[in-house]
Design a protein around this ligand. Structure first.
Ligand code: FAD
Length: 463
């Protein structure tokens, strides 16, 4: 019997596997690669990126994992809050100045200033709510974050606005994968806080690309990872858990003392059939929005206007944001090296529009828009690839907060992990993976002690 089976080899599952690497574990991953929604590939000094890209800073579970795994990181260089709108590219200056600098009607400008001031004040309130308090558990803080303006949608909170004012808000809010009509007001405000980098932001990049972290953890447990292993059912027995899965066309099962379910909530809901009814129901209520992303390797030989920016919101385009992955190299190089790497990113409704189009159509749509946002872009593209994410990210909708107690209900041998358990994406995935592993290892250590005490149980010989 295995000590632990970890279902899902994304960031949450790999964090748990890393933490449990001195126990007898198996990781079952349905895809043909580990990493889940972390996906990047190196190209010389640059990397192409399709998934999670910015990570939590000092004091976070992510920070501790970076240190343990020896992962090299850098503060994201340049602004996260660039804007390309109505023909104007703004990469410098305070965000509060944008309404005065983007060409638009006076009515839209006034509405944007008023709504911007309202969001700005609430971003400060949100930063106070998010701030960790001395000695408090991450779960308590998370409950407070979910509770912040969780009673209505972001669209209801902002109210009616002229189109251009809405266009400014939409790309930032919808990066959560939920459109403003679906997303809770507090979560939309939280997104502005992330992008404006107030409070606990996601503001670090992984040198060499995000897959360096997942590959490092996977390498430590390489012989225990089964790829192409799709788990169909997880059933509790008296003193163990049975995991049924299919691999290479064969139905298999493994028995384990503990199981960590690090799959998306929709999968965990379907597979973990005898979790408490309340927990299973709550899992069934988690909502994911889709993402489409594309990575472009570029071959410019001279500095570009966007060299100093990391994130550029792009209202009224096929993507909502352009992310300059090459900027991580810009931040550490002595002189401007040739080349670059750009990621285009479409969440929610924009993703739904692109999801069924061919790769070539998506690349064409992105390249046309990118060429207008980043002048000359069309002429420097060397390589491009699209990725579709049906389950892009779980977003916080009005009422999401009330599900949290049922999701955190302790279970004897089955532990839940994944970004859907909180509001900080990669940080939540890592933190819940580590917490689930701690829960499992407490069970395993206790039972090992008990076995040693039983008459005829194993005897440890020292010396
Ligand atoms: C385009 C994009 C941009 C993002 N940007 C950021 C960002 O900048 N910062 C940030 O913090 N977050 C970002 N995120 C979110 C971040 O990537 C996720 O929060 C995080 O990677 C989730 O990790 P996870 O382990 O919880 O889930 P996943 O990565 O989804 O892992 C779940 C794993 O379970 C496997 N699985 C599913 N079903 C089964 C089954 N039946 N049996 C076995 N295995 C199964 C899946 O294949 C997958 O590998 C982004 C996501 C995307 C897609």
């Amino acid at each position: 019997m295995k000590d632990a089976v970890i279902v899902g080899g994304g960031l949450a599952g790999l964090s748990a596997a890393w933490r449990l690497r001195n126990w007898d574990t198996t990781v079952l991953e349905s895809a043909d690669r580990v990493g889940g929604r972390i996906s990047s590939e190196m190209r010389g000094q640059y990397f192409l990126n399709w998934g999670g890209h910015v990570y939590a800073g000092e004091g976070s579970a992510t920070d501790r994992l970076f240190r343990e795994t020896g992962t090299l990181v850098a503060e994201v260089p340049g602004t996260l809050a660039g804007l390309s709108m109505n023909g104007k590219l703004l990469l410098r200056g305070p965000v509060a100045s944008y309404p005065f600098r983007v060409p638009m009607s006076m009515a839209a400008r006034i509405a944007m200033i008023k709504a911007g001031a309202k969001v700005g004040l609430d971003v400060l309130r949100y930063a106070r709510v998010v701030r960790a308090r001395r000695g408090e558990r991450p779960e308590t803080r998370q409950m407070r974050v979910y509770g912040f303006k969780n009673d209505r949608s972001f669209a209801d909170y902002i109210g009616d606005l002229p189109d251009d004012a809405w266009a400014w808000f939409r790309p930032t809010v919808s990066r959560s994968a939920g459109d403003p009509e679906e997303l809770a007001a507090g979560s939309g405000i939280g997104y502005f806080s992330l992008v404006w980098n107030i409070g606990q932001g996601l503001n670090r990049s992984i040198l060499g690309g995000p897959s360096v972290l997942t590959e490092t953890m996977a390498a430590a447990v390489r012989d225990r990872i089964h790829l192409g292993a799709r788990v169909s059912e997880v059933v509790s027995k008296k003193d163990s858990v049975l995991v049924r899965y299919a691999q290479d066309g064969t139905e298999r099962e493994i028995e384990a003392r503990t199981v960590i379910m690090a799959t998306p909530a929709t999968v965990t809901h379907r597979v973990a059939v005898d979790l408490p009814a309340e927990t299973r129901d709550a899992l069934g209520e988690i909502v994911y929005g889709p993402y489409v992303s594309a990575a472009f390797l570029t071959n410019e030989t001279t500095p570009q206007p966007w060299d100093g920016a990391y994130g550029i919101a792009t209202p009224k385009r096929s993507m909502s944001v352009v992310l300059n992955m090459g900027n991580i190299v810009r931040g550490i190089e002595q002189t401007r090296q040739p080349g670059g790497s750009i990621m285009a990113f479409s969440p929610g409704a924009l993703a739904r529009r692109l999801m069924d189009r061919s790769d070539d159509e998506v690349i064409d749509a992105y390249t046309r828009d990118l060429d207008e946002v980043l002048p000359g872009f069309g002429g420097i593209v060397e390589e491009s690839h699209v990725q579709r994410w049906e389950l892009g990210a779980p977003y916080s909708f009005p009422g999401r907060g009330r599900l949290q107690p049922a999701l955190l209900r302790p279970s004897e041998r089955i532990f839940l992990a994944g970004d859907y358990l909180g509001t900080l994406y990669t940080e939540t995935a890592i933190q819940t993976g580590m917490t689930a592993a701690a829960g499992a290892s407490a069970v395993l250590a206790t039972e090992r002690q008990m076995r040693h005490r039983e008459p005829g149980g194993p005897v440890e010989v020292h010396g």
